[in-house]
Design a protein around this ligand. Sequence first.
Ligand SMILES: Cc1cc2nc3c(=O)[nH]c(=O)nc-3n(C[C@H](O)[C@H](O)[C@H](O)COP(=O)(O)OP(=O)(O)OC[C@H]3O[C@@H](n4cnc5c(N)ncnc54)[C@H](O)[C@@H]3O)c2cc1C
Length: 819
Amino acid sequence: MKTHSRVVVIGGGVVGVSTLYHLALKGWTDAVLLERAELTAGSTWHAAGLLPLFNMSYTVGQLHKYSVDLYKRLPAETGQDVSFHVTGNLRLATCAERMDEYQKYCGTANTIGVPFQIIGPRKVKELWPLVELGDGAATANIVGALYHPDDGHIAPADLTMALRKGARSRGAEIHEQTEVTAVKRTPSGEWQLTTTRGDIVAEHVVCATGNYARQTGRLFGLNVPSIPVEHQYIVYDESDELKAYRKAGGRELAVLRESDQSYYLREERLGWILGPYEAGAPARFADGVPDWFGKNLFEGDLDRLLPHVEAAQRRVPSLSSCGIKDIVNGPIAYTPDGSPLIGPAWGVRNLWLNEGHSFGITAAGGSGWQLAEWITEGEPGIDMMAVDPRRYGSYTSKRYVVQKNEETYRNVFVIHYPDEERPDARPAKTSPIYDKLKRMGAVFGQRYGWERANWFAPVGVAPKDRWSFRRTNYFPHVGREALRIRQQVGVIDLTPFTKHEVTGAGAEAWLDSLVANKVPTKIGRMSLCHALTRRGGIRSEFTITKIGDQHFYVVSAGAAERYDSDYLLKTQPADGSVVLRNITMSRGCFVVAGPRSREVLAKLVDGPLDNTAFPWLTAQVREVGLATDVYLLRVNFVGALGWELHFPIEYAHHLFDALFEAGAEFDIGMAGMRAMESLRIEKSYRMWGSDLTPDYSPFEAGLDRFVRMNKGAFTGKSALEAQLAKGVPHRFVTFEVHDVTDADPLGNEPLFDAKGNIIGRATAGYYGHALEKSLGLGYIRPEHAAVGSQIQIEILGERRHATVLVDSPYDPENKDLRA
Ligand SMILES: Cc1cc2nc3c(=O)[nH]c(=O)nc-3n(C[C@H](O)[C@H](O)[C@H](O)COP(=O)(O)OP(=O)(O)OC[C@H]3O[C@@H](n4cnc5c(N)ncnc54)[C@H](O)[C@@H]3O)c2cc1C
């Protein structure tokens, strides 16, 4: 084994080998993979090999699509067969809500170019003659299905061997029986890995250790939020009916998924493999994989499997006459949201994760592809936020991860509603006023571990969501909250905002080099600033306020805490001229907004609040009630007269009570996240993470006024110059959808021109309660972006006419804000 390599990949499962292959493909052939046992010895050897293209995530969908395409090419490239059976994949639906879910997915599939068909029961029977369509009693009737003709199943070990061949033929090395046991940094900043076969020094390290992710993370001082869960499948003997069907010339049946009964069924050597996602599957190895567990399995738990077996036997009666050959019960890596961890580790340089894969056979190709791009080019080619390891924060305690992973596992097949908020491991992280909000009827959701009030149930209304793809029980209450802000005054608790304090002689120049806008130079001024990727996409959005001399207050999205903090930390000058402090937990934030907000605040602060003394887009440090050192920012995300109060956290209760006392005469009330969504969309305010992503530049996003091409260098500037020279490929638009009765756009719907050609995609949508319009935001080709353009959108399978509106259709001149 060599003693130095540009990059070392730890872990020889399909994910590690794919990463090595893609690094070699990118020209990084000075690459070594270390495997403690033999290749595929982790979870890869016993995987069922299914390759579902179906995934509700725009990012994961693209990764899966890449994998499926790659696996079809690999045999020709490497000479290694991978046993890819392109059988197709049939997902059954037995209720209308499940069809809504499939239709919502089809929007995403359309925008990323995954072929699919929505089919009826007759076609299901044609494709899958052995299936029962249902009796409306014990076996629910099939109402339709989603069919992917292009995916199927593969032999995971053969796939790994093909990737190994591809990597090795380009010069990468693989060493088996080589376990990484310790890690340290060399004085030059490289990684020195101690292994059971000697030391190796590497510039970059990739961890792809599957079930070992937590203990590998610990070697590097990281708490990696991945813990495996038990997952089983049953292997059946040959089926007479299946044999007869095949003998009569029937083609291999598509992989069948009865989502409403939480199982999949596929052919295996004229018998079956049945894989359920059961309730009660336990997390394993939370404290690390024990030494005795090598290429082992757990004992099968038939009791847990039984309800799914019975359901499958009702749907496919011939299954009843098949004997069980084997039960495979192995550990499957999970993360709290079920998506993998692909990208840079936080807080340390040149360490990369490709961990937490629960669909790792399917995702290996795509994850290797994007991670290799990230490592070799400094950033990925697509928006990877949905899988970025930094989407989690320090809140992922062991118990949190165990509870969430078990919950996510048993929910794999549930209907994934867009407003779904799962209950386990909650409440964990709360704002100080959580109990007060709860008493006011708050219905909470969880984001980045934080409990956030989504809406408030008035007295007499049950504080509970009825999740749906359509307008549902909370619709009128959200509307009332939104209108209160448009007409009176409301409060929103935005304590989870990410907050950094940047001080020092070099603070201004450094911040200015990170963002496309000009950082404020006068005390009390603020700027909306975007940090870009090198390709010119939007990576972060910061509101930067100059609080004092050499003192900046930097606010960004709550869910971006670790992501932004890591970026700031890694770009911070090494010369000591800048001090960076993450003060997220030491300051709370209330938004007080609406036409009466000035009168409310005036009761609590000394000094004037009028437009001359306190103009829009300025900030002051004042006392508010009994609270000192409150940063008052005259800005908000709802497009109303108002202030954000950023206060020392110990004043949360006092300020909350004081605001409600002062606002009583104006009928002050709380508003939740869903009202904020409605309000911000009426103002065309772009949301980081959905409307603003690395896939689009600030010019595409229509943020030209926040880009100063005439200032000095900043990350992404040359890419913007190139884009301006070539022409901006998309434009951000706000549009009204006509004739909507109950299903507003939500994001990820395809947009079409009059001839039915796809011209873009929606990134968000909601009902605008003040405008009384169904609204969407999205990106389309520039020739369709003019105000008044007629476009179409597909919502849950139905085409609707839409009209492009002026940016900020509510109060386009910002009169409310400047009032
Ligand atoms: C029963 C079952 C069925 C499944 N079916 C499917 C399916 O149909 N489709 C699908 O997409 N996914 C399926 N999966 C999931 C799939 O198996 C995993 O997602 C995938 O194998 C993960 O691959 P990996 O490379 O990340 O991890 P692994 O295959 O577990 O590989 C990690 C490797 O790292 C090595 N390692 C760990 N620590 C060290 C160290 N310190 N030094 C050196 N080496 C180390 C381990 O020995 C191991 O070989 C299934 C899983 C199970 C349990």
